[in-house]
Structure formats: C-alpha cells, structure tokens
Design a protein around this ligand. Structure first.
Ligand code: ADP
Ligand code: MG
Length: 302
C-alpha cells in the first residue's frame, strides 16, 4: 500500500527534534504562523537540490537531507541571521520510505544542531527535487548585505576551499559540511559586505563586487586550500579550478582595514578561521595574482 501524503507527513515530518516557543502554528495547519521578536527582521534563504544532478557521493538520502538544509542555512549565515524555522518541499517519483527516513534523519540532525523547527511544506509526486527555505531573525537594519563593500577593503574567506570538490571524486569520503552560522552572526557589525560561496569563491565575491560597483584582486598564494590538497591546487585544475569549485559552505566578506583584526578574531571565536585573500579596488572586474605577482588568467570564471 503506497503511503498517502497525509501518512507520509505524519510519519516523517510532523514531529521534529526542535519545538520553539515562537511557533504559533506549524506542520498540520494551512500555513505556519511565526512570532517575530521585537526589534527584529525576518530573513529567508532558499536552496534547491535536483536529485538527478547529484554526484554519486551526494546521492545518499541522509546526505541530501543534510545538504539541502545546510545550503539554505548558509544563505542565512551570509546575512548574519540566527536560524529559527524551515519549510520544506519534497517532490519524489514515489513515496520511498527508506529514502524518506534517511532524508529526514539528515535534515533533523542538522535542524537540531541549529535549533531550527520545521514548520511546514508540501509533498508532491514528480521528478526528484527538494527545496528548503530557512527562515531566521536578525536585529533590525543589522543584516549583512552584498552591496556594502568599498575600495581598499580587505577580502576574507572563512575555512578552506576545494574540500567539497575533492570529496566528490570517486574513492574519497565526503564529510557533512556545516554552514557558517556563528561566523555570520559574529560579523554583523564588522563586515561591510558578505556573501556565501556555494558556487565558488569567484562567484560569491563577484556578487559582492557587482552589488557594490567595484572590482578586486585575489592573491592566490593566500587562498586557504583544503588541507588534504597538501598546498597544491593542481588536482582541482589549478587556482582557477579552486576559485570556481562549488559546494564549500564558507563565507566571503569584506572589511575595512580598521576592523580587519577584530573580524578575524570574531570569526575565530565562532570556530571559523578567516583568511585574507585579496583586496577591493575601484577598477571593475576580478583579477588574480600568484606569489610573484604574476597574473593568473581567470577568463573562464563567471
Ligand atoms: P494536502 O496537500 O493534503 O492539503 P498540505 O500540503 O496542506 O496537505 O500539507 C499538510 C500539512 O503538512 C501542512 O501543514 C504542510 O505545511 C505540511 N507539510 C506538507 N509536506 C511537508 C513536508 N515535506 N515537510 C513539512 N511539512 C509538510
Ligand atoms: Mg500538499
């Protein structure tokens, strides 16, 4: 007997590990009703995973559940919001219980870690696609944005780059990456602009530069590589490969020279090493230079 939509929701999604006092209505009602604490704004960040497009290392349902929520939380992190709630859309060709149980486990473990309550969603039949909206709270007018960078500011990235691309190679083990929620919150009053980098540092940084009407130079020798690469970017296609490799749930941000040390320290306290990788310039476009100052062409980067 195939599971009805009602039974499926009841079995897998009606009760999660987190019960927040600010949820007036959650799963089971027509729409969620959520109380917003005084002096705060609501932030919404969305992520979609198309199951057919996933590399083999990512097809495991528990991983998909972790990954789609992690991506949505990473978007919130880039605004400095505290995560609070999530809504979830699941479209599957059939109600596969083993798949749903695995997905729910991966999703719930991450939700619990960040105190996020699942408050609603929709479940439909079709080609496999999962979408999560993560909802969070930030004190009024203090959200980090993409458009605040200024020429002369330093560019930082949290953590290291290339780990995700490396892990998707056959024979590698994939660890679940965690969104930089704590670092985002810590950077609220320090960073001038911030972005997440799910499609690579070059793309995330370009979002900031376009929004701010500026350009930048990246210093490849400073870019923090995934330790397993042993300091050598060649297996990912050299620096252009590292700078465009996606999946790392890190944050890119810009900061004035006066606040740089404080921002580094704030990230460290939040458990994220932040590394200076370049500087913002008024000349538009993204440039990359090597250790000897030689130009590294990035023409394939978008
Ligand atoms: P129906 O399609 O039978 O009318 P709904 O789509 O309204 O049912 O879903 C019933 C309840 O379950 C709603 O509160 C909805 O938000 C919730 N819901 C549906 N799918 C999910 C899901 N995948 N995760 C969490 N909540 C869900
Ligand atoms: Mg429905």
């Amino acid at each position: 007997m195939p599971l009805s939509e009602f039974e499926l929701i009841e079995r897998y999604f009606a009760r999660g590990p987190v019960a927040r006092g600010d949820v007036r209505l959650g799963v089971g009602d027509d729409a969620a009703v959520l109380a917003i604490s005084a002096g705060h704004e609501a932030v919404a960040g969305l992520a979609t995973v198309v199951l057919a497009g996933q590399p083999p290392a990512r097809r495991d349902p528990r991983r998909v559940g972790h990954h789609v929520l992690a991506l949505a939380l990473s978007r919130l992190a880039a605004t400095g919001a505290e995560p609070a709630w999530a809504t979830l859309s699941i479209t599957l060709p059939a109600a596969d219980e083993a798949w749903l149980a695995g997905f729910r486990d991966g999703f719930s473990a991450l939700a619990e870690r960040f105190g996020v309550q699942l408050v609603g969603g929709d479940t439909t039949r079709g080609a496999g696609v999962v979408t999560v909206v993560a909802h969070g709270l930030v004190p009024r007018a203090r959200a980090l944005r993409c458009d605040g960078a200024r020429a002369g500011e330093s560019i930082y990235v949290t953590g290291s780059l290339g780990g995700c691309a490396l892990a998707e190679r056959p024979g590698q083990t994939l660890r679940d990456s965690m969104p930089r929620v704590g670092a985002g919150v810590a950077l609220r009053d320090l960073a001038s602009a911030a972005a997440d980098i799910p499609c690579g540092l070059a793309r995330g940084l370009t979002t900031i530069l376009r929004a701010s009407g500026l350009g930048a130079t990246l210093q490849a020798a400073s870019v923090p590589l995934e330790p397993a690469l042993g300091g050598d970017p060649r297996s990912l296609g050299g620096w252009p490969g590292v700078l465009t490799s996606g999946g790392d749930l890190e944050l890119c941000f810009t900061v004035t020279p006066a606040r740089a040390a404080q921002a580094e320290a704030a990230c460290a306290v939040a458990g994220a090493r932040a590394t200076r990788v370049g500087y913002v310039e008024s000349a538009s476009g993204l440039r990359c230079v090597g250790a000897q100052g030689e130009r590294i062409p990035l023409e394939d980067m978008r």
